[in-house]
Design a protein around this ligand. Structure first.
Ligand code: PLP
Length: 313
């Protein structure tokens, strides 16, 4: 299986069964592959060596959002929240992971493009839960140089950002490629009114005068679970003000600190925006404190909010 890397999981979970990873194939005419519809989630399981335990962080909230996306896209779906949680635990056990893992559940419409009308509601889906060993995207001491994108963020009445679906990602992909070819690490997308939304796959917060400020849930962002966790950490653990309000582009230029937050990126500091330095260009003290508090909470080194850590074993 030359096209697959060595470092894959042994199994993935598909339509009710554990399937050897290499055998989980899809026909090229499959509507889920050859067309637009697909809903997904991304969550992480953190290995705690002291406990000998793997903790799925906020699995319930991720699957709740998964079911909300499926509802909005009008697919037929019979699995419950409990079914999804149970399947994920079974998959972690089958793969015998003793390290950090990225878990990616997704559905796509079942059947072939040539025989199906995609615009009808109530179509059956296939459900896959894939997983793989995962460390960090990037060393957080290497703060990101970002640009504001010339691509406008999708809107709720166009392609609802609240929906975590494959098709929405083309918007962020265009922005990320533009940023890369222009010599930046990552973009920030603005909405049609010029307000700050988020980056591709991660929300954004700034620190100014000791307060942590982030655009609200109605600002064309995905309702990020990491953002919610950060809100908790800022208020309850660090004891700082946490404010959700519209954010202007120029506030990014004047921020003392700026960081992305998401399951994949975790807490990732930003060094500059449009070549204007954020603070002194190094990760700031509030960002560092949030990053450390987040790392301790997800792995169960900080024992608060035990309901957020679903043990596998
Ligand atoms: C998944 C995602 C995020 C991050 O959400 P988390 O729940 O924190 O992982 C942010 N933005 C977009 C567009 C996403 O798809």
């Amino acid at each position: 299986m030359g096209i697959y890397s060595e470092d894959t999981a042994t199994y993935l979970w598909r339509n009710g069964a554990l399937v050897p990873w290499e055998e989980a194939t899809v026909h090229v005419n499959a509507v889920g592959h050859a067309s637009v519809a697909g809903i997904f989630e991304g969550l992480k399981a953190y290995w705690n060596a002291d406990d000998g335990q793997l903790y799925l962080f906020r699995m319930r909230e991720h699957y709740r959002r998964f079911l909300q996306s499926i509802k909005m896209t009008r697919f037929a779906f019979d699995y419950t929240l409990e079914d999804l949680e149970e399947a994920t635990r079974a998959l972690m056990k089958a793969n015998a992971f003793r390290r950090d893992v990225y878990v990616r559940p997704y559905i796509f419409q079942a059947g072939m493009v040539r025989e199906l009308l995609q615009s009808q509601p109530g179509k059956p889906v296939e459900l896959v839960i894939d997983s793989w060993p995962f460390e960090a995207y990037r060393d957080p001491s290497q703060a990101l140089h970002v640009c504001t994108s010339s691509w406008t963020r999708i809107a709720d009445n166009v392609m609802p950002p609240r929906l975590k679906c494959f098709s929405n990602y083309h918007n962020g992909r265009l922005a990320a490629m533009e940023a890369t070819v222009s010599g930046y690490d990552w973009p920030v997308l603005l909405d049609a009114q010029g307000k700050v939304t988020e980056g591709p796959g991660a929300c954004l917060a700034l620190v100014r005068d000791g307060a942590v400020i982030t655009p609200p849930g109605t600002a064309s962002i995905l309702e990020s679970i990491t953002r919610d966790t950060v809100g908790y950490l800022v208020r309850e653990v660090l004891g700082l003000p946490y404010v959700e309000r519209p954010v202007d582009r120029t506030e990014l230029y004047l921020a003392d600190e700026l960081f992305f937050m998401g399951t994949g990126w975790e807490i990732m500091p930003v060094a500059s925006v449009d070549r204007l330095m954020v603070g002194d260009g190094a990760p700031g003290s509030v960002t560092d404190a949030i990053r450390e508090a987040y790392a301790a909470l997800v792995r169960g080194h900080d024992l608060r909010r035990p309901e957020w850590r679903a043990a596998v074993w």
